[in-house]
Design a protein around this ligand. Structure first.
Ligand code: TRP
Length: 366
């Protein structure tokens, strides 16, 4: 690509991001007026314990959608884990721990369907017709696939890693979700799902019906402030800079005591200039449900030690009931299994109706 073409690509993607942000605000207003036209699907890979970045970034949002009456599906993406290179780890424990995290933060299995990939054969079967609708070049251009392959230090990429955006499209389309709450990094996947939905109809669309087989899903872009790790870098398990939902009060205090700050005494909220201090301010503010500037002013000249104590107290207070509930749930694996079985059964019912429609559209009903 020459420079001009590159600039154009960047400019269009900036512009398209702005459009997505504006559209997300519009969708939020539509939900407030009437949640019934919306169906949400989102999910996580069961790769480890959820941390406060997940909580303030996405979990709290899912709970709020559920509370506002939006029908919500949450996928424990166990087949996505097997696309990773480094083995799957203690997968079953991680799946149950993820379900415990979901329930502890307030997702209600009576209202929200929690399910796993591996239990829904009809969802996975959609992968085949969907794969026929994408090209290899398109998959290689997917930014996430590209990043994964750049990270792999020359090790070959599995076929599943190359094609997982198609699988993720099946996750979204099988249940006719029209809303996917995601962060920026997942937007290319959503675009892929939209393209697949459109191409499916172009190729197999029902002559006898105006209604497309799959409806086009839209992103609900999260506006949450980005919580960093205790060292000021992106919060990530591999950097040992996270505070996990399941940590106890002492472990939280220890992690925050180690947090990086700077040498200026007065506490301010300036995310660009003072990322580490501002991140602690943001954490305290999120946990207290207050504005970061207010929190910074309250600590003021008391300095970084006082800020850390305040953040620790705020986090421990906010998460005490969630942590207690999580411990109870983890002590009851039978209940967690029952939640998954019910969710899987419900998701399977929907997947099987969708696959029936696909068979009709493809003239493969025997
Ligand atoms: N890829 C997502 C992640 O890395 C998890 C995921 C799988 C997902 N399927 C999805 C998210 C469908 C949104 C919609 O966390």
């Amino acid at each position: 690509m020459n420079d001009a073409a590159q600039d154009l690509a960047d400019a269009t993607s900036e512009a398209s991001l702005r459009r997505t942000v504006a559209r997300s605000a519009e969708i939020e207003r539509a939900i407030a007026a009437d949640p019934s036209p919306f169906r949400v699907l989102t999910g996580d890979r069961p790769t480890g314990n959820l941390h406060l970045g997940h909580y303030f970034g996405t979990l709290a949002k899912r709970v709020s959608l559920q509370q506002r009456g939006v029908e919500t599906f949450i996928l424990v993406a166990d087949y996505q884990v097997i696309a990773d290179r480094d083995g799957v780890g203690p997968l079953q424990e991680r799946v149950y721990s993820l379900v415990a995290d979901y329930l502890a933060v307030g997702l209600d299995p009576e209202r929200t369907t929690i399910f796993t990939h591996s239990a829904i054969p009809e969802l996975n079967q959609l992968m085949l017709p969907f794969l026929s609708l994408v090209t290899e070049a398109e998959l290689r251009r997917n930014p996430t696939v590209k990043a994964e392959s750049a990270d792999s230090e020359g090790r070959p990429m599995s076929g599943l890693l190359l094609t997982y955006p198609v699988h993720q499209a099946a996750d979204i389309l099988f249940c006719q979700a029209n809303l996917v709450p995601v962060g920026k990094d997942q937007l290319p996947h959503l675009e892929q799902a939209r393209v697949i939905a459109r191409r499916f109809d172009e190729r197999y669309g029902r002559a006898d019906s105006e209604r497309p087989v799959f409806r086009a899903p839209e992103a609900l872009l999260s506006q949450a402030a980005n919580l960093l790790g205790t060292d000021g870098a992106k919060m990530s398990k591999s950097k040992a800079n996270t505070i996990e939902l399941g940590m106890d009060a002492d472990a939280t205090a220890a992690a925050l005591k180690k947090a990086v700050t700077d040498s200026e005494r007065t506490i301010t909220y300036e995310p660009q200039r003072r990322p580490e201090v501002s991140n602690l301010v943001l954490l305290a503010a999120l946990a207290r449900g207050r504005e970061p500037d207010e929190v910074a002013a309250e600590v003021g000249d008391a300095g970084a030690g006082a800020l850390k104590r305040m953040a620790t107290e705020a986090v421990n207070e906010h998460f005490a009931p969630i942590r207690a509930r999580r411990a109870e749930l983890n002590a009851d694996p039978g209940y967690l299994q029952q939640v998954l079985r019910r969710g899987n059964e419900r998701a399977r019912g929907i997947a099987s109706r969708t696959l029936d429609e696909v068979r009709v559209a493809m003239r493969m009903q025997y």
